[in-house]
Design a protein around this ligand. Structure first.
Ligand code: AKG
Ligand code: FE2
Length: 318
C-alpha cells in the first residue's frame, strides 16, 4: 500500500490478513481514488481492514444509553436490527418500547454516518450498494446459547436465509462500543482458498443448482418474465455451505486459524461472504451491512459467485 498509514500482517497464503488504516478518522478528503480502489481489492480478496480509531462519531450520551440498556432490560436476549429503508427497528420486547425511539435515532445516525464515511473510504462502491440492515449487539458472545446453525462462534461464511443477494456480496462494517473489552474473532481460509474445495465435496454445488429440469424451468420463467419463487442457486449454495461448515466439527477443530482482537472503540470491515469468521467473545457492538452488486466490485472475477459459476459451468443467479 502506498500510503504510509497502513500496514498489513500476513498470516499465510489463503488466510485473511489484517490491514491497519490509522488515519481514517481524519475524513474522507484524505482518500485518493487509488487508495480506495486498493482497499476494495484487499477486502474483496478476503482481508480485514482495521481502523484503530473509529471514523464514525457516537456521542458519550448515546454510548451511555446503549451500554446502560442491559441492566434495565432483563428480558432482552436478541440483537436489535435497524432497517434503514423503513426507518424501523426490530428485536425489542414489549417492555422495551419506551426505549424504541432513542434506539431508532441512534441506529439511524450510525447507519447514516457509516454510509457517509464509506462513500469516501470505499468510493468504488458508493451509491451502487444496497443498504442492508444495521444492528446493535448488546449480548456477551462468549457462551451465548444458540441453535447450531445460528451459532456465531463457529467459523462460517455469511448467508442470509431471508434476504437472498442473488450474487451481490455481503459487506459489513463493525464498531466495538465496549469501553474495556476487545471483541475477539477467529478467521480461517478465504472463500477463494476454501469454497471451491467445499463446492466439490458432497456435490454441494449440484444440489444448490438443482437438476436440468429446474434449471430449464428457471430459464423459461426468466425469459417469459414469469415470477419463479425459488431461492437463487447462488444463495442456496451459500446457505448450504454456511450450514455444512457449522455442522463439521472436524473442520472447526482442525482448520488453520488466526485470532484477532478488536480493541475497545476500534472499527473493522470485511466481506463476510468470503472471510470465514467466528466471534469468540465481546459485548456491545454496532454493525452496518451493505450488499455490493457484482457491477461495483473491483475484482468481480474473484467473487464467490464468479468462482462458483466457473466451477459449475452455468449461471447461479436469477
Ligand atoms: O457479531 C460479530 O462480531 C460477528 C457475528 C457474525 O458472524 C454474524 O453476525 O454473522
Ligand atoms: Fe457471520
Amino acid at each position: 500500500m502506498s500510503s504510509s498509514k497502513a500496514s498489513a500482517v500476513t498470516p499465510g497464503p489463503g488466510l485473511s490478513r489484517l490491514l491497519t488504516v490509522d488515519d481514517s478518522f481524519a475524513g474522507s478528503q484524505n482518500f485518493s481514488a487509488d487508495r480506495a480502489r486498493h482497499l476494495c481489492g484487499e477486502l474483496e480478496a478476503g482481508h480485514i481492514v482495521f481502523l484503530p480509531v473509529p471514523p464514525v462519531a457516537i456521542s458519550q450520551e448515546d454510548r451511555a444509553l446503549l451500554l446502560g440498556r442491559k441492566q434495565t432490560s432483563s428480558a432482552y436476549h436478541k440483537n436489535i436490527a435497524y432497517r434503514p429503508a423503513e426507518d424501523r427497528i426490530t428485536g425489542l420486547d414489549a417492555s422495551e418500547q419506551a426505549e424504541a425511539d432513542s434506539l431508532r435515532r441512534i441506529l439511524r445516525e450510525f447507519s447514516k454516518r457509516s454510509v457517509e464515511f464509506l462513500t469516501g473510504f470505499l468510493a468504488p462502491y458508493a451509491g451502487k450498494w444496497k443498504l442492508d440492515y444495521a444492528s446493535y449487539r448488546p449480548i456477551e458472545e462468549e457462551g451465548r446459547p444458540a441453535r447450531l446453525h445460528a451459532r456465531n462462534d463457529l467459523l462460517h461464511f455469511d448467508s442470509f436465509p431471508t434476504r437472498p443477494t442473488n450474487g451481490a456480496r455481503i459487506f459489513r462494517f463493525f464498531v466495538n462500543l465496549n469501553p474495556t473489552k476487545s471483541r475477539v474473532w477467529l478467521t480461517s481460509e478465504t472463500f477463494e482458498a476454501f469454497g471451491p474445495r467445499f463446492a466439490h465435496a458432497g456435490n454441494l454445488l449440484e444440489k444448490a443448482g438443482g437438476n436440468q429440469l429446474t434449471r430449464g424451468i428457471r430459464f423459461l420463467a426468466r425469459t417469459l418474465h414469469l415470477p419463479f419463487s425459488s431461492r437463487p442457486p447462488y444463495d442456496e449454495f451459500m446457505r448450504r455451505c454456511h450450514n455444512a461448515m457449522k455442522e463439521d466439527a472436524a473442520f472447526q477443530e482442525n482448520t488453520l486459524k488466526n485470532r484477532w482482537e478488536f480493541p475497545p472503540h476500534s472499527a473493522w470491515m470485511v466481506f463476510t461472504d468470503c472471510v470465514s469468521h467466528a466471534v469468540l467473545s465481546g459485548q456491545y457492538a454496532l454493525e452496518q451491512t451493505f450488499q455490493i452488486p457484482q457491477a461495483a466490485l473491483v475484482a468481480p472475477q474473484k467473487s464467490p459467485l464468479a468462482l462458483l459459476e466457473k466451477i459449475g459451468g452455468h449461471p447461479l443467479t436469477l
